[in-house]
Structures are given as C-alpha cells and as structure tokens.
Ligand binder design. Structure first.
Ligand SMILES: C[S@@+](CC[C@H](N)C(=O)[O-])C[C@H]1O[C@@H](n2cnc3c(N)ncnc32)[C@H](O)[C@@H]1O
Length: 208
C-alpha cells in the first residue's frame, strides 16, 4: 500500500457526487489531472471549515470539483463565486453543480478572470487561485483588493512538480511565472505565508 492509499483510507470518504465528477472528468475531459480529487478536496474543505468564510472566490473552476468542496463548508447564507474561461465546460459544470446539494450556493462566471474580477462588487474571506499558471501574479494583484483584512488566498500548484527548484528553460513560461509568484509572495510584507507540500504544492496566504 502506498502512503497516498493509506491516507485515503484514513480520511473522510469522498461524497458520491464528487466521486462521480472525478470519474466523469477522467472519462470526458482533456487534462483530467487538473481536477482536485479526493485528498486535495478534503483538505480544501477542511481549510474552509477552519476559516469559516461567508464569501469565497475561485479562479479556475474546471469541472467544479473544488468549488463544491468549498461550498460544503459554507454557512447557510455563504456563497462561492467561481470563474472559468472555457465556455465549452459550462454545461458539464452546471450539471455537476445540479447533481450536488450545493447548486444554490455557487455562482458560475464564464469568462477571463482578469476581466471579471474587477467587476465583482464583494469582499472575500477566501480566494482560491487555480487557473492559468503563467498568470498567477496578475490574478494575485487583481484579487488582493477584494480580500478582507484577515482573509486568505490559497494558491495551487506552487511547487509545480518540483520544477521550481530546477534549472528552468527560457521558454518554460509557466515555471518561470510560478517562481516569480513564489518570490513575490515571499517578499510581500502585507501577508503571512506558508507552503504545504500537498499534491503539487498549496500556498496559504493571509492578508494582515
Ligand atoms: C487546474 S484547473 C482548475 C481545477 C479546479 N479548481 C479543481 O480543483 O478541480 C484550471 C482551470 O482554469 C481555467 N482558466 C485558465 N485561465 C483562466 C482565466 N484567465 N480565467 C478563468 N479561468 C481560467 C482553465 O480553463 C481550467 O479549467
């Protein structure tokens, strides 16, 4: 048994509607690895339960798995706003939300997050950055004014398969941007930060 299998056997079960999304994502979508999956999903949900957010913003919905993990942790009147640029995913995402208990807690925005974020007239307790890796610092700058003081930003894939510690090819724009993002967060005195070596790296950032 691998460590991952052992962990999965000793944490909360994956709800049936999330297991179905994961399965259907692997059958029907390109790049299914982007879906958070059982372990990361339970971690995101647990983090949200610890933070007790009312308002959550997600940048990068994909098939809706992580949005639903956040939604399950929300209080009665809480809400997840989630943004996905690929309009071909819209029907799949909406079906996934409809087949869960949380459809009424999630607002799906289809479009480029960099265009949509400035139009959101809300302050958020928790933001999850999980869209295009070569745009991470732009997402961070866009969401920062929308995060409440004491609120959190989670950034996924910040270890990027270990590439952040290796020699980077000049044309590897994603790795270069993630390194730039990690350096920027480290130097940003407005926030506290820690990186969890979960899956592909999850940075937890707290706005002071
Ligand atoms: C890693 S996947 C998200 C995975 C999802 N959060 C989960 O954990 O299951 C990244 C998604 O971001 C979307 N994306 C990329 N650039 C975007 C942008 N500028 N605005 C909104 N979505 C974007 C991609 O189409 C893709 O579906």
């Amino acid at each position: 048994m691998t460590i991952e299998e052992y962990i999965l056997n000793h944490i909360d079960e994956e709800p049936a509607y999330l297991a179905a999304i994961n399965r259907n994502t692997w059958v029907r979508q390109m790049n299914p690895r982007m879906c958070s999956g059982h372990l990361q999903g339970r971690v995101l949900s647990m983090i949200a339960r610890m933070i007790q957010p009312q308002q959550i913003l997600e940048v990068g919905t994909f098939t809706g798995y992580s949005a639903l993990c956040f939604a399950e942790a929300l209080p009665e009147n809480g809400c997840v706003d989630t943004i996905e640029m690929d309009d071909e995913l819209e029907d799949f995402i909406r079906d996934n939300f409809r087949n869960s208990p949380y459809e009424n807690k999630i607002n799906l925005y289809i479009g480029d997050a960099l265009a949509i974020i400035p139009s959101l007239e809300k302050m958020y307790d928790l933001v999850f950055l999980d869209a295009e890796k070569s745009q991470y610092t732009r997402y961070y700058d866009a969401v920062f004014p929308k995060v409440k003081n004491g609120g959190y930003i989670l950034a996924d894939n910040t270890i990027w398969d270990g590439k952040v510690t290796q020699n980077v090819l000049s044309n590897d724009l994603k790795t270069r941007e993630i390194i730039r993002f990690n350096d920027l967060i480290k130097a940003d005195s407005r926030v506290e930060k820690v990186i969890l070596p979960l899956r592909d790296g999850l940075t937890i950032i707290r706005k002071k």
